[in-house]
Design a binder for this molecule. Structure first.
Ligand SMILES: NC(=O)C1=CN([C@@H]2O[C@H](COP(=O)(O)OP(=O)(O)OC[C@H]3O[C@@H](n4cnc5c(N)ncnc54)[C@H](OP(=O)(O)O)[C@@H]3O)[C@@H](O)[C@H]2O)C=CC1
Ligand SMILES: Cc1cn([C@H]2C[C@H](O)[C@@H](COP(=O)(O)OP(=O)(O)O[C@H]3O[C@@H](C)C(=O)[C@@H](O)[C@H]3O)O2)c(=O)[nH]c1=O
Length: 302
C-alpha cells in the first residue's frame, strides 16, 4: 500500500512516518516544504510546495498513492490572523489542489482538522455539533473541510485538539515542550486557566489517523485525549512530571493576553465515535508526559 503523508516535517507528519515506515506492506511517501528535516530512513521524501498546482499534480503522478493523509497546514494561529492570504493559500488552496490532483487516482483522502472550527462556547464537542470559527485559522480549516466533504473521493476528516509531543526541528512548539523548556531555564510563565482542552499525544493522533486511513473510513471523526483540562492544569502536571519548579507558573485569564488570533474558550472533544468505530483509545495525559520524558532521555543518550 502506498501512503502519502503531507506536512512530513511537522509534528504529526513525523509521528506518522515513525508509525508506518517499518511496516513491510506499506510504502511511505513523505512530502514537505523544502528539504527533509526528519533524521530517519525507510521512507521516500519528495519536496513540494502544496500551494503550487503544478507541483501537486506531479507529486501525485509520480507517487500514485492509495491513501493520502493531509497534515500540512499553516498552524501558527496568530500568523494566520495577521496574514490571512497566506493562511488561505496554505490551508484552503493547497487542499483544493490536492483534492483535484487526487481525483485521477481515486485514493482515500484523510484531512486533519481542528477544534478551532468551533467557537468554544459549548465544549466538549461531538462530530454533529455546529462549527462556528472565531479565528482566521479556524475559518480556513472549516473551509477546507467543506471542500473535502464536497469531493467525489472517499474522504474522512480527523479533527483534533492541542497536540503535544517531541519531534525534530519543528517550526512550531507545543504546550508541553514550551512549559518544560521555560521552567528548566528558570523562566516564570503565565498560563491561562479559563480555557479548556482535551490535549492529544501526537503518537495517539498518528495512530487515529492511520486507523481511519487503513479502514478507508468516511466522514468526521473527533480524535483527541479525554477529560477537559486548562493549560494551567497541564502546566502544573508538566512541572510534576519533569520535577521542575511549579512556583514559576502563575494562572492568568486569557483576557490578559493580547494575541492577534482569538482562541475559543472551551473546546475539547467527545470521542465515543472514534472509540466505537475505530477502536481508538487515547493515552492519559500523565502517561503521555512519561512517554515524552522517556523519548527525551533516549535522545540524550544518542
Ligand atoms: N498542533 C496542534 O495543536 C494541532 C494541529 N492540528 C492540525 O493538525 C495538522 C498537523 O499539525 P502539526 O503537525 O502539529 O503542525 P506543524 O506546524 O508541526 O506541521 C505542519 C507542516 O505543514 C507544512 N506546511 C505548511 N505550509 C505548507 C505548504 N504550503 N506546502 C507544504 N508544506 C507546508 C509545514 O512546513 P514547515 O515545517 O516547513 O513550516 C509543517 O511541517 C494540521 O493540519 C493542523 O491544522 C489540529 C489541531 C491541533
Ligand atoms: C504562549 C502561551 C500559551 N498559553 C496557552 C494558551 C493555549 O491554550 C495553549 C497553547 O497555546 P499556543 O499559542 O501554543 O497554541 P494555540 O494556537 O492556542 O493552539 C492551537 O494550535 C492550533 C494549530 C490548533 O489547531 C488548536 O487545536 C490549538 O492547539 O497555551 C498560555 O497560557 N500562555 C502563553 O504564554
Amino acid at each position: 500500500m502506498r501512503v502519502l503523508i503531507t506536512g512530513a516535517n511537522g509534528l504529526l507528519g513525523q509521528k506518522l512516518i515513525h508509525l508506518l515506515s517499518d511496516d513491510p506492506d506499506i510504502k511511505v511517501i513523505a512530502t514537505g516544504r523544502g528539504p527533509q528535516r526528519i533524521p530517519a530512513s525507510g521512507f521516500f521524501y519528495v519536496s513540494a510546495d502544496l500551494t503550487d498546482p503544478e507541483s501537486v499534480q506531479s507529486l501525485l503522478r509520480e507517487t500514485k498513492p492509495d491513501r493520502i493523509i493531509h497534515c500540512a497546514a499553516m498552524t501558527q494561529v496568530d500568523d494566520c490572523e495577521q496574514s490571512p492570504e497566506a493562511c488561505e493559500s496554505a490551508n484552503v488552496t493547497a487542499t483544493e489542489h490536492l483534492l483535484k490532483a487526487t481525483e485521477a487516482f481515486s485514493s482515500h483522502f484523510t484531512f486533519v482538522s481542528t477544534d478551532f472550527v468551533f467557537d468554544g462556547e459549548n465544549g466538549p464537542y461531538k462530530e454533529s455539533d455546529q462549527p462556528n470559527p472565531v479565528s482566521v485559522y479556524g475559518a480556513s480549516k472549516l473551509k477546507a473541510e467543506q471542500l473535502v466533504q464536497a469531493s467525489s473521493l472517499k474522504t474522512a476528516i480527523v479533527r483534533t485538539v492541542l497536540v503535544y509531543g517531541l519531534a525534530h526541528d519543528l517550526s512550531r512548539s507545543n504546550l508541553v515542550l514550551w512549559v518544560k523548556n521555560s521552567l528548566e531555564a528558570g523562566k516564570a510563565i503565565r498560563v491561562v486557566n479559563d480555557q479548556w482542552r482535551t490535549p492529544t499525544l501526537a503518537e495517539d493522533l498518528a495512530l487515529g489517523c492511520w486507523l481511519v486511513a487503513e479502514k478507508k473510513a468516511e466522514g468526521l471523526f473527533h480524535i483527541s485525549g479525554e477529560g477537559l483540562q486548562t493549560p494551567y492544569e497541564m502546566a502544573l502536571k508538566v512541572a510534576d512530571a519533569f520535577d521542575l519548579d511549579a512556583s514559576l507558573i502563575s494562572a492568568v485569564d486569557a483576557s490578559t493576553f493580547t494575541q492577534p488570533g482569538k482562541r475559543p474558550p472551551k473546546t475539547g472533544f467527545l470521542i465515543d465515535k472514534a472509540k466505537q468505530q475505530l477502536g481508538f483509545q487515547p493515552t492519559p495525559f500523565e502517561e503521555g508526559l512519561q512517554i515524552v520524558s522517556l523519548q527525551l532521555a533516549q535522545n540524550q543518550r544518542k
